[in-house]
Design a protein around this ligand. Structure first.
Ligand code: ZN
Length: 323
């Protein structure tokens, strides 16, 4: 389990950021985040360089209560990684089935900013007595079964977490599309002609200095360079050019931009350090996910629509089709 609650403060913490936030975590007492359950949990593999991902586990002689919502969900999450979930199980977890794009005007922007504290998409949920907001991250939303979302975080989480269930549909601008067709991967040699329509494009970010401190490089935009590339004509000196993702700084509020920056910088640092120390796992990469469209002038640039961009240092599994 990736999350637990600190008994004394009720703060919900994630195992993979525990060491960073609480270097003295051994002095703390952790319990299950379902308040009715509250079984004692122990942090495990919290420091980096252990084979398993950081997580919380219950003590051997203690059990979650039978109705523990978190334990039930956690089981389904594990199951979803290895096989297809049925309808009942899917409903239990809940997934975003409607992507509400905000109107593209300053009024919506102002509203968004002022509501940021209690925006449904940013991590507050009242279910199961979970009230504490932790950080700007889809990880908080495991108990949130709302099907309408205004950011792509939970959409990406579903895509990553349930490779066998990408046949479920998401509605956008009144149209429904299965998850597996709503996402388009950019890897290796990719033709710009395959990158049409507004969708969630994603690809691995190049782990090099090019992508360091990208938020400070230009005053009006931010660029991330991907590993995926487009071939150019043979007589040009560099016969390929990498795709890049572009954020227009003016289209995003300062607070959202700063949250994106913090998240990106932390993940980039971790991934780049692992890469330099040859500790990176081959299947795991630093990925950017963006809802957007290809630039009209330069077809190797993908423009982010509003704030619809997120990052993961993770494995993106292939879509699994089961009959
Ligand atoms: Zn529990």
């Amino acid at each position: 389990m990736n999350r637990a609650r600190i008994l004394s403060t009720h703060e919900i913490v994630m195992a993979d950021t525990l060491f960073k936030l609480y270097p003295n975590y051994k002095e703390l007492e952790f319990v299950c985040i379902d308040e009715k359950c509250s079984v004692r949990m122990a942090p495990s593999c919290i420091k980096k360089r252990e084979r398993r991902k950081p997580h919380f586990k219950k003590y051997r002689n203690k059990e979650h209560i039978e109705t523990c919502e978190y334990a039930t969900l956690n089981e389904l999450y594990q199951k979803g990684k290895g096989g297809k979930l049925n309808k009942t199980q899917i409903n239990k977890i809940g997934y975003p089935s409607v992507f509400n794009l905000n109107e593209d005007n300053s009024e919506a922007e102002a509203k968004k900013t002022s509501q940021a504290r209690n925006n449904d998409d940013e991590g507050v949920t009242g279910r199961g007595g979970i009230t504490k907001v932790y950080e700007f991250d889809g990880e908080n939303l495991k108990f949130d079964r709302k099907n309408r979302v205004q950011s792509i975080d939970r959409i990406v989480d579903w895509y990553l977490g349930f490779p066998y269930n990408r046949d479920v549909e998401i509605e956008i601008n009144g149209k429904k599309i299965p998850y597996k067709f709503f996402f388009k991967r950019i890897e290796g040699h990719t033709e710009p002609s395959t990158l049409q329509n507004d969708r969630i494009f994603y690809g691995r970010i190049m782990l090099s200095e090019t992508n360091q401190n990208v938020f400070e490089k230009y005053s009006d935009s931010v660029f991330f360079t991907l590993l995926g590339f487009k071939d150019k004509s043979k007589n040009e000196i560099h016969n390929y050019s990498n795709y890049s993702i572009k954020i227009d700084k003016k289209s995003i509020s300062k607070s959202i931009l700063s949250k994106l920056k913090n998240k990106y910088n932390a993940l980039f640092k971790e991934a780049f350090t692992d890469f330099k120390n040859e500790l990176n796992e081959t299947n795991v990469g630093l990925y950017v996910f963006v809802y957007g469209s290809i630039d009209e002038i330069n077809d190797t640039i993908l423009n982010v629509k509003q704030h619809h961009i997120t990052f993961r240092y993770d494995e993106v599994r292939k879509t699994m089709n089961e009959i």
